[in-house]
Design a protein around this ligand. Structure first.
Ligand code: GRF
Length: 202
């Protein structure tokens, strides 16, 4: 019987790449089977995520926003690169650049993102990284978490695929809370990718 064709993903990164590493580790362990990372793209030259990809022999490229006169031309370059690989899914893993409508519309229902809070709360324009955890701690709620969702043209507002709740502990700081949530992001992102593929959504 022939091997089922592998599901191919493109991963967009901007930072340390711990979410990318979680996908890499899940593929290597067989937990995310029948999947391959075709390309890793970063808008930041110094993103450690690129080194993680390189270490695994995964194709990776830095695309410099400064080489383009506007976000649309930058995103068109990314679309061109991604389309060279015919991916089934585009994963935003710590990617900090807002996507243009042209990019989102180029991959309908094929782009997912991991957000470090329980959307639809604590999401939207400007709500990323430590800003999210600051707002959550300020709100006084007792739990936060992370959300894997489809990306639409409304920031952090696409259909939710997978969510994990994380308790907020007495004396939590942005640092302690973000670290606890980041651990759950790694598991949630892998589960979210599995769910996309298993639902034959992709
Ligand atoms: C993390 O803060 C995470 O909450 C968000 O992106 C940031 C960097 O993640 N999704 P990574 O280590 O670059 O994957």
């Amino acid at each position: 019987m022939s091997e089922p064709t592998k599901k191919k993903i493109a991963v967009l990164v901007s930072g340390t790449g711990t979410n990318l590493q979680a996908i890499i580790d899940a593929i290597k362990s067989g937990s995310l089977n029948n999947t391959e990372i075709s390309i890793v793209i970063s808008n930041k030259k110094d993103a450690y995520a690129l080194k993680r990809a390189e270490a695994e022999g995964i194709k990776n490229v830095f695309v410099n926003p400064k080489d383009f006169s506007n976000n649309l031309d930058f995103d068109k370059k990314l679309i061109e690169i991604i389309n060279n690989y015919g991916v089934d899914l585009v994963v935003l893993a710590g990617y900090t650049k807002i996507l243009t409508k042209v990019f989102v519309d180029s991959f309908p229902n094929k782009i997912i993102n991991i957000h470090p809070a329980l959307l639809p709360d604590f999401g939207g324009k400007g709500m990323y990284g430590s800003k999210v955890h600051e707002a959550v701690l300020k709100s006084g709620i007792k739990e936060s978490g992370c959300t894997v969702h489809f990306v639409t043209n409304e920031v952090d507002n696409g259909p939710i695929i997978f969510q994990t709740k994380v308790p907020i502990l007495e004396g939590d700081t942005v640092d302690s809370l973000s670290k606890r949530i980041l651990k759950e992001e790694h598991k949630s992102l892998v589960e979210g990718i599995k769910k996309c593929f298993s639902l034959h959504v992709i």
